[in-house]
Design a protein around this ligand. Structure first.
Ligand SMILES: Nc1nc2c(c(=O)[nH]1)N[C@H]1C(S)=C(S)[C@@H](COP(=O)(O)O)O[C@H]1N2
Ligand SMILES: [Mo]
Length: 259
């Protein structure tokens, strides 16, 4: 298993800190920070943190990052669509990624698999794959962006999550939809993102049943979010007001993580 690559800066290299902070800051604060000379002094003023050691440098970045999540969640426009592409743009083979290598990916028996539904929904029934395959299918060609520094265009087909949430009578005023996966993985989507028209319960990649590598039998494709917020091998969906985090969210990755 690969170890978590730390997002935090090593030591208190001022140049690095200022550069990282500039990257983390949301607009228009970012523009103002850069226009103001992007100094450590400006950063101190902005965050109220005095950076004298690596611990305070880290907590300053954490604070900026939390501020960033809140601002991004506020400015998220549910009507703005992620760019779509053409068949020609699809990356083949599409990269595999997980916190383990491809041969360790869950090997799920689709016949026995069920999607468990829980929380603030009228109908808590579990769904078989055959039932889910009956739902209307939409195809989308979008770009997947991973924090590890790669991106690739792929084609994903399935049912808009918002249609499914409607179907099961989900309380869409709830804050989160939390997903649990077959392995030790999970992720949370804020409700506005869960209801975004492009957020999809995905059953196919490139017009074929989702291969094992890409999350068979079901993944959640969220083109407005970074890759780690696109859970594969999903086994349970929970509509909730309690924040339940996720695999990377719990290790300090930004909760909002828009793309
Ligand atoms: N269940 C599960 N889902 C997961 C992950 C994982 O390790 N386990 N990794 C995430 C990350 S970081 C990325 S970039 C994408 C990769 O999806 P792909 O293999 O289809 O490219 O899956 C996301 N969903
Ligand atoms: Mo990722």
């Amino acid at each position: 298993m690969r170890r978590l690559k730390s997002l935090l800066i090593p030591g208190v290299d001022k140049t690095l800190l200022v550069r990282d902070a500039a990257k983390l800051l949301p607009e228009p604060s970012r523009r103002r920070f850069i226009a103001g000379g992007a100094s450590l002094g400006a950063l101190t003023l902005l965050t109220g943190c005095d950076v004298s050691d690596s611990f305070s440098a880290e907590s300053m970045l954490t604070q900026i990052s939390k501020f960033n999540d809140a601002v991004q969640a506020k400015i998220f426009n549910p009507n703005v669509l992620a760019p779509t592409y053409t068949e020609r743009d699809i990356k083949r083979p599409f990269p595999f990624n997980a916190f383990y290598s491809e041969d360790e990916a869950p090997d799920i028996d689709g016949e026995a698999w069920k999607l468990e539904v829980s929380g603030l929904v009228d109908n808590k029934k579990s769904w078989t794959l055959a039932e889910l395959h009956q739902l209307p299918e939409v195809k989308q060609i979008t770009r997947h962006i991973c924090v590890e520094g790669w991106s690739a265009i792929g084609s994903w087909s399935g049912t808009p999550l918002r249609d499914f949430l409607k179907l099961i009578g989900a309380d869409t005023s709830a804050k989160w939809v939390h997903f649990r996966c077959a392995e030790d993985y999970a992720s949370s989507l804020d409700m506005p993102t869960a209801l975004h028209p492009q957020t999809q319960m995905t059953f196919k990649f490139d017009d074929k049943i989702l291969p094992r590598a890409y999350g068979y039998p079901m993944k959640i494709r969220v083109p407005t979010k970074l890759g780690f917020k696109n859970p594969k091998y999903v086994v349970a969906m929970d509509v909730t007001n309690d924040y339940k985090g996720g695999y990377w969210e719990d290790q300090g990755y930004n909760d909002f993580s828009g793309s």
